[in-house]
Design a binder for this molecule. Structure first.
Ligand SMILES: [Zn+2]
Length: 394
């Protein structure tokens, strides 16, 4: 369906360009190939002597846990491995990690892996230090006691969780993702070592990359955006947009991997300042009810959200400032990239029933992230977005 191009000449709303901000960088970033070798020294620097390494079986099989473990042992940091992290971690997954943390008597955490490992480590840190249940920490700033130091070592270029104070943990019963945030939950150090991301299987790299790109695009236009978040969003977009095709076509290209890893981290910093928007609000119920991987659900919805938000003059101008095209062109280019990545392009291809669209739309409209979207997005708007995403066949 062709839509008329957005009017990008309207003046921005007053105050939108130089919105006030309060930005406190919390995570020391250590970037470069081979920097994971410094894990032991860096753990010592943040005062850790016995650490719980939170990871998954795939990361262990790729040899990353052993690589980091060697560095820790060389620095005389004791290490206990918890390798049972699952995708989209739930409160029950965090409880299993908590049991391991209590039994080990640790004084710090390392999250090694994708966003799920980092979120499980953060979630466990809340419960170990502040008690209670995961549900108690939903929202921002609910932890009253100090938390243990956390080091984040991502092995995928995607969530940017290493640069955020939020743990995303699903509620067992409602299937809803709980965003549990606290400044104390942010990693003290994140090691961004692109060598660790070479082992991402192509499907993982594609889903994670689309997620990182969506973080850059959503944070660039959300209502809480400000000059600092925009700087992060723009550079994150530039890095992810230019490097993702190379990662897809030449998986061994270390420079492209480095660009994606840095882009994903900067997008995480943007989220910390300006939250997310309608694509994330729509993706969560899709993952909850139809088991879609987060990056896949995002890829299905984001082009439609770009076209929808492009009708908002300020958002249209911001999209144009990213890559000098209008929102419709940007959405078309994104769809080409999704094709290159071999990602599904319609909800009907993914087993989503058309009859479930009203329910999905109701749940999407209730998501926290929907409230930050630049253009108001009600359940009826989400119905149209889901319908557009359901129909496409290629
Ligand atoms: Zn995301």
């Amino acid at each position: 369906m062709k839509r008329r191009p957005a009017n990008v000449t309207d003046a921005p709303p007053a105050g939108a360009v130089f919105a006030p901000f309060d930005h406190q960088p919390r995570t020391r970033l250590v970037f470069g190939p081979g920097q994971a070798e410094r894990a032991g020294d860096l753990a010592r620097q943040i005062g850790v002597k016995k650490v719980l390494l939170v990871t998954d079986a795939g990361v262990v099989a790729a040899g990353h846990a052993e690589r980091v473990g060697r560095s820790l042992r060389a620095a005389r940091v004791k290490i206990v491995v918890f390798d049972k992290v699952r995708e989209n971690p739930t409160a029950r997954d965090v409880a299993a990690c908590l049991k391991a943390a209590r039994a080990a008597g640790i004084d710090g955490f390392i999250g090694l892996g994708g966003g799920s490992s980092l979120d499980t480590a953060k979630g466990c840190n809340f419960l170990l230090t502040n008690g209670g249940r995961m549900q108690d920490y939903r929202g921002v700033g609910k932890a009253t006691r100090p938390m243990l130091p956390l080091m984040a070592i991502p092995t995928t270029a995607g969530t940017g969780s290493e640069c955020q104070s939020f743990a995303l943990i699903a509620d067992e019963t409602t299937h809803q993702k709980m965003a549990c945030g606290d400044p104390k939950a942010a990693a003290r150090v994140a090691i961004l070592d692109p060598l660790l991301t070479l082992s991402q299987p192509p499907r993982v790299a594609a889903c994670a990359g689309v997620d990182a790109l969506s973080h850059a695009l959503e944070t660039a236009v959300t209502k809480p955006r400000n000059p600092v978040s925009l700087a992060y969003s723009r550079e994150a977009f530039r890095l992810c947009w230019s490097n993702m095709p190379h990662v897809l076509q030449r998986p061994d290209d270390l420079d492209a991997r480095a660009g994606m890893l840095l882009g994903a981290a900067l997008a995480g910093l943007a989220i910390e300042n300006s939250m997310l928007g309608a694509a994330h609000a729509a993706a969560n119920p899709l993952s909850a009810h139809f088991n879609l991987v987060h990056g896949q659900a995002i890829g299905l919805m984001l082009p439609h959200v770009l076209r929808f938000n492009g009708r908002n003059p300020a958002a249209a101008r911001l999209y144009a400032s990213l890559d000098s095209s209008n929102a419709d062109q940007l959405a078309d280019q994104l769809e080409s990239l999704l094709d290159l990545a071999g990602m599904p392009r319609s909800l009907s291809q993914c087993g989503v029933k058309q009859s479930s669209i009203p329910m999905l739309a109701r749940e999407a409209a209730q998501q926290w992230t929907a409230s930050f979207n630049p253009r108001p997005v009600a359940a009826t708007d989400f119905e149209r977005l889901f319908q557009a995403a359901w129909e496409i066949t290629k």
